[in-house]
Design a protein around this ligand. Structure first.
Ligand code: PLP
Length: 406
């Protein structure tokens, strides 16, 4: 008789997993209060956006927060505020969400992709240093899934070559590098509050920084070039209207109230999964470097070895999902394989500025990881530690009964 659920056997997990987003009366009351107040935008001096900026920035160990409409625009503005301009080169890992690179294009600058460390999913100092040219202006370390990059060495490289460090901290709510939260460890960074993120209002973002000048510049850029204490129709920079609205800030304040406890739970459940899944042949949790003192686990990722387990990853994932533990394969290809980059669909700027030949790129670690990753959604890590055993048992059961899949 078949053991695997995909073949009609009993499922490991029948209980539902925690749903996302999590909300209660706090969000309902906060939104209702904003609607009744009539102050839906943040233009008044005292605003919920400002309260949220102050609370979230302080939590992330940043002096300033500038609340914006999404993580993409947070990164676009952060780069510009840090001095990135037309034709500058910006170093970005090839394994990330496209916004880590389109934020560079939005500034008419040049994304220079570097490979990642197969065991951490992050860019690393050696590839960064090798990619530096006289045109390089900034580095975008992406703390993928809240796994902190090697900021000590990256900051040293940046200092040596006079580069800005703009963190893609879009997954880094509550995550820590050497017990310090991320986003303002470098010059500045961007965070996302999009629907799947750990604190969300459907969309939203924030720019974080400890630098007075970068903060002033980012504030002006997100506010259509206005500067404080000047007339409303006086504009000083070619900026964005990227202001967050009060409804979003009200929801985010409630979400923020739950963030730390949830982050700690995901972190601890992640450590437990690392230990237990790591004992299964063919399943390798990512390396936890000593500076990754808290990992937010936007996804819980392992590498899958098809040779060892004996069936293609897609088949393995189907079987684990059938056991009641939903898994996915993450990004299917490096960013440079997207038509956007491979065909340089950048408009006229592609004729005016020199871009690398993305179509010829080959990053072995990134290309390999696109074929080996297995992701568990962060929501599952919000369950109890005993529920993590269902994830472990589902993986182990499929590996043990792999003959049924051939
Ligand atoms: C790594 C990374 N960077 C940037 C972004 C962009 O954030 P947003 O969707 O809020 O624009 C995301 C969001 O998915 C992301 O995962």
């Amino acid at each position: 008789m078949a053991k695997l659920a995909i073949n009609g056997g009993e499922k490991v997990r029948t209980k539902p997993w925690p749903k996302w987003p999590i909300w209660d009366e706090c969000e309902i009351n906060a939104v209702t209060d904003v609607i009744k107040s009539g102050q839906w935008g943040r233009l008044a001096e005292d605003s919920r956006c400002k309260q949220f900026e102050e609370a979230f920035a302080a939590y992330q160990d940043a002096k300033y927060g500038i609340a914006v409409t999404n993580g993409t625009v947070a990164l676009e503005i952060a780069l510009r505020a840090a001095g990135v301009d037309v034709g500058d080169e910006v170093i970005v890992p090839s394994y990330t969400f496209v916004a880590s690179a389109t934020c560079v294009l939005a500034n008419k600058a040049v994304p220079v992709f570097v490979d990642i460390d197969f065991e951490t999913q992050n860019l690393y100092p050696e590839v960064v240093e090798a990619a530096i040219t006289p045109r390089t202006r900034a580095i975008v370390p992406v703390h993928f899934a809240g796994r902190a990059c090697d900021m000590e060495r990256l900051l040293a490289i940046a200092r040596k070559h006079n580069l800005a460090v703009v963190e893609d901290a879009c997954h880094s709510w509550g995550a820590m590098w050497n017990d310090r939260k991320l986003g303002a460890v470098g010059d500045c960074g961007g965070v996302s509050f999009q629907a799947s993120k750990h604190i969300t209002a459907g969309e939203g973002g924030i720019i974080l920084t400890n630098d007075d000048e970068v903060a002033a510049q980012a504030f002006s850029l997100h506010h259509i070039g206005r500067i404080p204490n000047r007339p409303f129709y006086e504009h000083h920079n070619a900026g964005w209207n990227a202001r967050m609205n009060e409804l979003t800030a009200a929801v985010l304040m409630c979400q923020f109230g739950r963030l730390d406890e949830q982050t700690q739970r995901r972190h601890e459940n992640g450590l437990y999964l690392d230990e237990k899944l790591g004992a299964i042949d063919g399943i390798s949790p990512l390396r936890r470097d000593p500076w990754m003192t808290r990992i937010s686990r936007h996804v819980y990722a392992v590498n899958y070895d098809e040779e060892v387990v004996g069936v293609p990853r897609a088949r393995f994932m189907e079987a684990v999902t059938a056991e009641g533990v939903g898994v996915g394969g993450g990004y299917p290809h490096p960013l440079y394989k997207n038509p956007l980059f491979a065909e340089k669909r950048f408009g006229k700027i592609a004729e005016m500025v020199e871009f690398p030949d993305y179509a010829d790129m080959h990053h072995p670690n990134c290309e390999r990881i696109c074929q080996t990753q297995v992701w568990v959604a962060h929501t599952a890590l919000l369950a109890e530690q005993s529920d993590m055993d269902d994830i472990i048992n589902a993986f182990a059961k499929v590996v043990e009964n792999v003959d049924e899949l051939r």
